[in-house]
Design a protein around this ligand. Structure first.
Ligand SMILES: NC(=O)c1ccc[n+]([C@@H]2O[C@H](COP(=O)([O-])OP(=O)(O)OC[C@H]3O[C@@H](n4cnc5c(N)ncnc54)[C@H](O)[C@@H]3O)[C@@H](O)[C@H]2O)c1
Length: 323
């Protein structure tokens, strides 16, 4: 499928993943309408996109039905990346998380239905698996989300599948596993890699919640963008796919790798109490995404981290010696 001339809505376009996806779609010749309420996103993520005549940014909230109905004209694909995104914040504010995510998807699906939009690709999360003991996580296994964020993502998936079943709406869900890369910034609610790179730059020791044996499947954002393109190219309405690197790593080994790649092996790794809502182990079985959309991650963790650190050094002009 060619993206040239396709009219595509990206919700959460000013966010980390949404802006990376927007840039790629524009590079492929699509016309992109970016929607964001700027709750956690930033317009400077769209600095390049805003210079492109095929891009329009509209500030607004996906929970506002009339706002969506005004925008949804002749749209081919919606990528729904807008979300309340932080697990720890969802533990503090479960009702807000539910309002953003569940009311957001319902509005979006209702607007898409009214405007006869054929394809919706939803950014779900591995947090829906929670602490179910089986590893790797398979799409068809039991889901036991721990955090309100995970529960909200599971509810969104269920609505997408329901609208597919009941109204024939062509929605699919990509369960992302711990994404990192350019435009992910060091903030208390960021992913751990962005927090640790901030600490490395400030010469601070790295802190791990728990004993460091937790396993994660960190996935580079360029691979996630590629998965989103493939999902649009294939007929996968109603399906749910894991999107992960497929190369699990313990938190201690991740910390050691980051210190090695930045020549900061003098910094220490400290361990503290686990956080409520955090999952013990999480890595994905990638056979379904490979079979249905031909997705395989191109970046292993070392290559992805190096690419991210080089971007970080160039964009923030920081003193980072990348190996
Ligand atoms: N980053 C990860 O590791 C990860 C992992 C699993 C799933 N996800 C999912 O991927 C998607 C993108 O996440 P991200 O990491 O880029 O986060 P992000 O916070 O950078 O992006 C989310 C964007 O959505 C916007 N937004 C939030 N609520 C909105 C609303 N009601 N209306 C309009 N805009 C709204 C925010 O302002 C922000 O720009 C989210 O759905 C997230 O749950 C991310």
């Amino acid at each position: 499928m060619s993206f040239k001339g396709k009219r595509i809505v990206v919700t959460g376009a000013a966010g980390f993943i949404g802006s990376n996806l927007t840039d790629k779609l524009l590079e492929l010749g699509a016309e992109v309408i970016g929607i964001d309420n700027l709750f956690s996103g930033r317009l400077d993520n769209l600095e390049d996109a805003l210079k492109n005549k095929n891009f329009e940014f509209i500030k607004g909230d996906v929970r506002d039905l009339n706002f969506l109905l005004d925008i949804f004209k002749d749209i081919d694909i919606i990528y729904h990346e807008a979300s309340f995104v932080s697990v720890p914040q969802s533990v503090k504010m479960p009702s807000s998380c539910n309002d953003f995510n569940v009311n957001g998807i319902l509005n979006l699906l209702n607007a898409a239905r009214k405007k006869d939009i054929q394809k919706i690709i939803f950014a779900s999360s591995a947090s829906v698996y929670g602490d179910s003991p089986t590893l790797p996580k398979r799409e068809d296994m039991r889901r036991l989300p721990l955090s309100p964020y995970g529960v909200s993502k599971l509810a969104c998936e269920a609505y997408i599948q329901s609208y597919h079943h009941v109204y024939g709406l062509n929605g699919s869900c990509l369960r992302y596993f711990n994404i990192y890369g350019p435009r992910q910034r060091d903030s208390p609610y960021s992913g751990v890699i962005a927090i640790w790179i901030g600490r490395i730059i400030r010469n601070e020791d790295l802190i791990i919640f728990g004993d460091g044996e937790n396993i994660r499947d960190f996935t580079y954002v360029k691979d996630v963008v590629q998965a989103n393109l493939l999902a649009a190219e294939h007929d996968i309405g109603g399906e749910i796919l894991n999107i992960a690197c497929g190369s699990p790593i313990t938190m201690t080994n991740l910390a050691k790798l980051m210190l090695k790649l930045t020549n900061k092996e003098n910094l220490k790794i400290e361990y503290t109490d686990p956080r409520p809502g955090d999952i013990l182990h999480s890595y994905g079985d990638m056979s379904k995404a490979k079979k249905l959309i031909g997705f395989e991650a191109k970046f292993n963790q070392e290559d992805g981290l190096r690419d991210y650190f080089l971007w970080y050094r160039k964009n923030y002009n920081v003193d980072l010696n990348v190996n």
